[in-house]
Design a protein around this ligand. Structure first.
Ligand code: GDP
Ligand code: MN
Length: 353
């Protein structure tokens, strides 16, 4: 664990001392990035974009996590890019690596098979560690203990509009626990048994399921087949999830007994290694069943890009007032692959702003 007070930038690199605008009250929150040393250029690009569009006025601390130590150059350059402080933590191997209850043979077999089946990132062991870490361990890192909210950032992303209002403040004032910008269908072959595992969890733990949950958003009983024929099936997961490379979340929700029980149940089932469960469907299903749907928020005015999709505010005035630079007609929200229309229909959109 190190912060930039331990590893200062070289003396000849003078970091200008910027004061935050005193007009803005800061929330108890941090900008959070899990990344690798070699992603530095893309990390700086994401930071530059979020600093210019939002953080320069607030100066929230950036927290960087890595399963190997950050190099000096990484620390120096990110320190210089941040308007405020930066801090860096090393993830312990027990929080990152495969647990001992995972059957190594079964895991290896699935890696090989996934590679053959062209499952996206299927052949990468570290990607599986990453997904499990983002599902069950990020919020347990000591360096985050002091915070209530996090804003997840990934290397190589871009924010297209000014974030006029502090999203952390919005979350707190409106009792939101999870915020997203893009919602999509997951690749089915990454999560063959995820939903049946969730169903078992729901059966075993009805006490954790929120009565005003997002079950209708997450499930369908219609599948549209060839020639547009509609077939009725059992009500099952429709693969809709919030794209978790962008998320603004309440850490206290993830620290809660119900979320931990949910994560443990999934973890024991082994799907992070015997399949390639992503943290996006895991987070989405968790917030979808454990929270009041009104506690999930779609930040519709935040334009955002992460390869290969982008979202751009559809409201003309929001677009103009927040100085967006993006193509509204290329927004993922407009194509059938987006789940946003389902969210509008079944989700937690409230008109009490
Ligand atoms: P994608 O967004 O699903 O295409 O996957 P990414 O490669 O962007 O990985 C998701 C996030 O996890 C990014 O912030 C990566 O920097 C980070 N990440 C992925 N694998 C590793 C890893 O092995 N070590 C570390 N430290 N970060 C990782
Ligand atoms: Mn990414």
């Amino acid at each position: 664990l190190s912060t930039n007070s331990y590893i200062p930038v070289d003396e000849h690199l003078i970091k200008p001392n910027r004061e935050p605008n005193p007009k803005f009250v800061k929330e108890n929150a941090t900008l959070l990035m899990l990344c690798r040393n070699w992603e530095l250029e893309e990390v700086l690009q994401s930071m530059r974009s979020l600093e210019d569009r939002f953080n320069g006025r607030y100066q929230y601390t950036w927290t960087f996590l890595n399963d190997v130590p950050f190099e000096k150059q990484f620390i120096q350059e990110t320190t210089l890019m941040a308007s405020g402080k930066t801090q860096y933590a090393l993830i312990s191997s027990t929080d990152w690596n495969r647990p001992s209850f995972i059957n190594e043979t079964r895991f290896e077999q699935n890696l090989i098979q996934s590679e053959k089946d062209d499952i996206i990132y299927g052949g990468s062991p570290s990607y599986r560690n990453m997904c499990r870490f983002n599902s069950g361990f990020f919020y347990k890192q000591k360096i985050l203990d002091q915070y209530d909210y996090y804003f997840r950032v990934e290397p190589g992303v871009e924010y297209f509009c000014d974030l006029e209002e502090d999203p952390f403040r919005y979350m707190r004032l409106h009792d939101k626990k999870y915020g997203f910008v893009i919602s999509l269908y997951e690749y089915e072959n990454t999560i063959p048994t995820l939903w049946q595992t969730v169903e078992k969890f729901i059966e075993n733990h009805p006490e954790y399921i929120h009565p005003n949950n997002s079950y209708e958003f997450l499930t369908d009983k219609e599948v549209v087949g060839p020639l547009g024929l509609v077939a009725l099936t059992e009500q099952t997961y429709n693969l809709c999830h919030f794209w978790s490379n962008f998320e603004i979340g309440d850490l206290n929700f993830f620290r809660s007994e119900k979320y931990e029980a949910f994560f443990q149940f999934l973890d024991q089932a082994g799907g992070f290694y015997y399949e390639r469960w992503g943290d996006a469907p895991v987070h989405s299903i968790a917030v979808g069943i454990l929270l009041d749907k009104r506690q999930i928020h779609h930040f519709e005015n935040i334009g955002y890009y992460h390869l290969p999709f982008s979202t751009c505010p559809q409201s003309y005035w929001s677009y103009k007032c927040n100085r967006c630079i993006c193509k509204r007609n290329e927004s993922i929200d407009l194509v059938p692959h987006s789940c946003l229309s389902k969210w509008w229909k079944y989700g937690g959109k409230t008109f009490l702003q």
